[in-house]
Design a protein around this ligand. Sequence first.
Ligand code: SF4
Length: 209
Amino acid sequence: MNTNVFKRNELLAQKTIAGLESRNMKGYYAASKEEALKIALDLIPEGSSVSMGGAMSVHEIGLSDALKAGNYDFIDRDAYEDKRQAMLMAYDADFFLSSANAMTDDGILVNIDGNSNRVSAIAQGPKHVIFVVGMNKVCSDLDSAMKRARTVAAPVNAQRFGLNTPCSKKGTCFDCKSPDTICCQILITRFSRHEGRISVILVNDELGF
Ligand code: SF4
């Protein structure tokens, strides 16, 4: 990343953090993936139960590996045959980790989900939610954030999972109603009713899709 973009992101992150705070959410700035990992681990006390939705950014900063290796009760849904049981355990966790498909520079988060376990856990359930968001996901307003989530993030995720959707084949959204659609629920998080529940770590790097 060139210096100008890095500096622009630094300023933009300060605006976004102020926006998050106006929405009863806590924002943190990390200049690198390493800093983001440190902030996340400082927020999660040892012994906590931790679950996550599909969140490439969480993997990319090394957080899932650090939690698996550390003194945490990491709920790995892939390790459970009974997926419903794993989802219910995730719903009751101390911490839920997620990325965002997009967010606005004044702190509104946008997430799209097929299975919908991720958006439901963001909305309610886990005691705390920590988002890890690369500055590439920060958009100027809600229309742009929705557009990014619908036309950039969702098609890439559909391709990644090999889903039988038009975007998986063509790389762009056809607003489909395919049985495999990844766009069943769209969650806009504009305020947190619960003080201290939602934290967002903004990372000055490109993370996820
Ligand atoms: S609505 Fe359908 S085509 Fe559009 S991104 Fe979602 S799954 Fe792909």
